[in-house]
Design a protein around this ligand. Structure first.
Ligand SMILES: Cc1cc2nc3c(=O)[nH]c(=O)nc-3n(C[C@H](O)[C@H](O)[C@H](O)COP(=O)(O)OP(=O)(O)OC[C@H]3O[C@@H](n4cnc5c(N)ncnc54)[C@H](O)[C@@H]3O)c2cc1C
Length: 290
């Protein structure tokens, strides 16, 4: 690890953005450090300044406002999992955050870090996609808001500039009567990243037909995505087991069309179908979930 860098820990957002404005290109932002420490140890990053953002009060709030909730970027997974607003409003995101790494990782890792790291396998992405996640990005003197799927432009690649900081995430509350599910397949039960992950949100109308459904599958493509054509096909149908099985297969087929046939397709196609089917069953058939 490079031993000569300056360590700075600003106490407020203004101070932090001032440092980024002046030294952004030679600075590595450190939130929980779960990803940063690996790249520092392996010399992938050799910054002149480590900017510890874990103490910024402006990025440590959960603020409901009308139809949305603004989630601070530097709250840890454990803090968010325990937060009553997250528990009440975002069950799939809460479950996804509970899947991240181990308790030690969740005690320091942050949602802002997960987004900025931009791994295709990020557990938080499918459930955030269900809630039209918009990312609040600030730099000295300006603020921009970008949809998660626009911010991430490829595997480990995003539109963040060296002087920019993710300060929060805006998530939409679900319509009354909605239910959602998050499922993942990893290599092992714990401490493994997701090989495939899925978030589905849905709502039935008064006559028991599907009124709204949102489907997001992760880890299968460089950037997070919704499977909107399958969503449209499901509207108005009754969620019987046969329909759900077929929907699972359609989702898998659509993903293979989008990402192309690969060596892993033989394994992944049925795995995606099964995972999507499990989520759809949770949402539309299992009265005990959520
Ligand atoms: C053992 C292990 C297991 C893991 N398991 C999982 C898993 O199961 N699922 C999963 O999704 N992830 C997993 N991860 C990855 C990691 O824990 C997450 O990506 C975590 O959310 C990163 O957050 P952090 O606060 O630690 O970020 P850091 O490591 O501090 O930062 C990550 C990157 O984001 C930048 N950054 C951080 N915060 C901001 C910000 N607010 N604005 C702009 N840039 C910022 C940093 O400069 C760095 O480039 C695992 C990691 C480890 C080491």
């Amino acid at each position: 690890m490079r031993s000569h860098f300056n360590y700075l820990r600003p106490e407020c957002l203004t101070e932090c953005l001032d440092i980024l404005a002046q030294y952004g290109s030679e600075t590595t932002i450190l939130a929980g450090g779960t990803d940063v420490m690996i790249s520092l140890r392996s010399n992938v990053k050799k910054p002149g300044i480590i900017l510890d953002i874990s103490r910024l009060p402006e990025t440590r709030l959960v603020e409901p406002s009308g139809e949305t909730v603004r989630v601070g970027s530097t709250l840890t997974y454990s803090e968010l999992i325990d937060h009553p607003v997250i528990r009440h409003e975002f069950p799939a995101l809460r479950r996804a955050m509970g899947c991240v790494g181990s308790l030690q990782i969740r005690n320091v890792g942050t949602l802002g870090g997960n987004i900025a790291n931009s791994s295709p396998a990020a557990d938080s992405f499918p459930p955030m996609m269900l809630r039209d996640a918009e990312i609040i990005i600030q730099k000295k003197g300006s603020l921009r808001i970008q949809k998660l799927e626009k911010l991430i432009v490829g595997a480990y690649s995003n539109t963040l500039e060296p002087d920019e900081l993710i300060t929060g995430i805006i998530l939409k509350k679900a319509e009354t009567g909605s239910r959602e599910s998050y499922q993942r397949i990893g290599r092992r039960k714990s401490l493994s990243i997701a090989r495939i992950n899925a978030g589905i949100l849905g709502r039935l109308n008064d006559s028991g037909a599907i009124q709204d459904v949102r489907i997001s599958i992760g880890s299968v493509a460089p950037a997070p995505m919704r499977i909107t054509d399958v969503e449209r096909n499901l509207i108005g149908l009754r969620p019987e087991l046969k329909t759900i099985r077929e929907a699972g297969q359609m989702i898998a087929q659509r993903i293979i069309e989008l990402v192309g046939v690969r060596q892993s397709t033989e394994y992944k196609q049925p795995a995606i179908a099964g995972l999507a089917q499990k989520c759809l069953e949770d949402v539309f058939l299992d009265s005990n979930s959520n």
